[in-house]
Design a binder for this molecule. Structure first.
Ligand SMILES: [Zn+2]
Ligand SMILES: [Zn+2]
Length: 224
């Protein structure tokens, strides 16, 4: 179990859910976790370097297009309904957060999402647990703070047919990334681990970001 960032798909749990959700459609498994970059710090160096190449970019884009056409052939609605039904069952680990991940994956694919589903997802966000600071892996359920705004912003600006890249740098306060802003958010100059679209957003987020704002040379990381 590990977490190498606080946004969507930057923790093992999100990636695990994505993998499990792919099997939701029986007989026609969707390769959903392959749409998410494998940035895990435990991945071998060669693998991490490969994910940065143009060669991989082509493979990824082709894969995303395939998933989109699968979802848009009618499978998408069926998939979303199934995930919703499963989340209602008692003892489902991660509960309704799985629906959030399903929505994020549909946006990642650039699939058509019914307006009522977008509305449903927006209403679901406040009901999901959101950790604002450090959490032990066992307590690391639901969103982390920048992941929540990232998800909400993606919903608000979603255009079907345009895959949403959740890995692009996004503001830790408002969740916007370059596609929304027209310019790339800037890195926190102290820790290099957070991005902001403006000084206004950076100031508003400071109280929350302060404990995690550790210069790289003082950082001790342990991926467990
Ligand atoms: Zn911002
Ligand atoms: Zn910082």
């Amino acid at each position: 179990m590990g977490r190498w960032g606080h946004r969507l798909f930057e923790g093992d749990r999100d990636i695990d859910i994505a993998g499990e959700l792919g099997d939701t459609i029986k007989g026609k498994p969707l390769e959903l976790s392959m749409m998410i970059h494998q940035t895990d710090m435990l991945a071998p160096q060669e693998a991490r370097l490969f994910y940065q190449t143009d060669e991989y970019k082509v493979i990824l884009e082709k894969h995303i297009a395939e998933v989109r056409s699968q979802l848009d052939s009618g499978l998408g609605n069926c998939f979303f309904e199934k995930v919703r039904a499963q989340a209602k069952k008692p003892n489902t680990s991660d509960g309704q957060y799985r629906i959030i991940i399903a929505g994020a994956l549909m946006m990642r694919a650039g699939a058509n999402i019914k307006p009522c589903y977008i509305q449903y997802l927006r209403g679901l966000v406040p009901k999901i647990n959101c950790n604002h600071g450090f959490a032990l892996p066992i307590m690391d359920q639901g969103f982390r703070e920048p992941g929540r705004v990232q998800f909400l912003n993606a919903l608000n600006n979603y255009v079907a047919g345009t895959p949403r890249d959740f890995q692009a740098p996004s503001c830790f306060r408002c969740g916007k990334s370059e596609v929304d802003l027209g310019f790339a958010p800037k890195k926190c100059s102290r820790c290099h681990g957070a991005w902001y679209c403006s000084q206004k957003c950076q100031k508003k987020q400071w109280a929350n970001h302060k404990p995690a704002c550790i210069p790289p040379e003082k950082k001790f990381s342990l991926n467990v």
